[in-house]
Ligand binder design. Structure first.
Ligand code: SF4
Length: 268
């Protein structure tokens, strides 16, 4: 493989339908994907570290509670070429007869959406579907564990690792599972109901991301949301003022990248 550029699995949270990029979080934004390839990313703060730590604890509990007696591979590396220059690369949480994607709920908003309304985050579903497609496994499980009974997302940045561990152990760890399947026509279903996107929509996302990476341009559209909610991919993105400026002035990619670097303050 001669691919020198990489589209990360963590960025495959969106799809393209009828020419429109749909992504519910900034991970799936092509502007963010280009910046990441250039080493310009958000600094890892205490909140992010604690979210990662909680994720590791969740994995241990998931293996003990749900994967007993099941043969699986953990953190399976998945890689395939998209074009001659760009490859997809990522790690799937667990792969057995089905693909598992694990998520922790720490915010009230996520709890309300997933546990009260019974609807997963579409970005999480798309990520699972991307791995199912790459691994050619037609069934997957999206598994959420809630820690909202003991943890408060707004305080996550202030907890020590030890506190996160003891809170996680004290939690009742409510869980919610969703089943995702690929049908014979390349459509995806969530618990037996058709989803808005299909295999072609995911592949189009990957091909367009590869084009952005190869040709280094600022993708003209912001990600659209599937639902009308208070939040969209841009809501919490620190680059909103920069994107507004770019949409008015259309300056060079190099200027966009250097200004993003100043805002995010991190280059790897
Ligand atoms: S503000 Fe800009 S960079 Fe951030 S998600 Fe929206 S379009 Fe992407």
């Amino acid at each position: 493989m001669t691919n020198t550029l990489t589209l990360r699995g963590g960025n495959c949270t969106g799809y393209i339908k009828n020419g429109q990029l749909i992504a519910e979080d900034s991970n799936g934004c092509f502007r963010r994907i280009l910046l990441r390839a250039k080493g310009v990313e958000e600094a890892i703060d205490g909140r992010t570290e604690n979210v990662f730590h909680l994720g590791h604890l969740s994995e241990e509990l998931f293996e003990q509670d749900k994967l007993q007696g099941i043969t699986y591979e953990k953190e399976k590396h998945v890689e395939h070429p998209i074009t001659d220059k760009v490859k997809f690369s990522g790690h799937s949480d667990y792969v057995g007869e089905r693909v598992y994607e694990l998520k922790s709920a720490t915010s009230y908003n996520t709890y309300k959406k997933v546990f009260t309304k019974g609807t997963p985050k579409i970005s999480n579903v798309v990520q699972l579907c991307t791995y199912m497609l790459a691994l050619e496994i037609p069934e997957g499980s999206l598994c959420y564990t809630s820690y909202t009974d003991v943890l408060d997302y707004k305080d996550m940045g202030g907890y020590t690792k030890e506190q996160v561990t003891s809170y996680a152990n004290a939690s009742i760890r409510e869980t919610k599972f969703f089943t995702v399947t690929i049908d014979d026509d390349g459509g995806f279903e969530l618990d037996g109901n058709s989803l808005d996107f299909n295999v072609d929509n995911l592949l189009q996302f990957q091909r367009t991301a590869a084009d952005v990476l190869e040709n280094e341009y600022i993708y003209p559209d912001r990600p659209a949301s599937l639902e009308t909610t208070m939040f969209n991919a841009c809501t919490f993105c620190k680059l909103k003022p920069l994107c507004t400026d770019w949409e008015t002035e259309r300056f060079e990619t190099t200027t966009f990248v250097s200004r993003a670097k100043q805002i995010l303050g991190e280059t790897k």
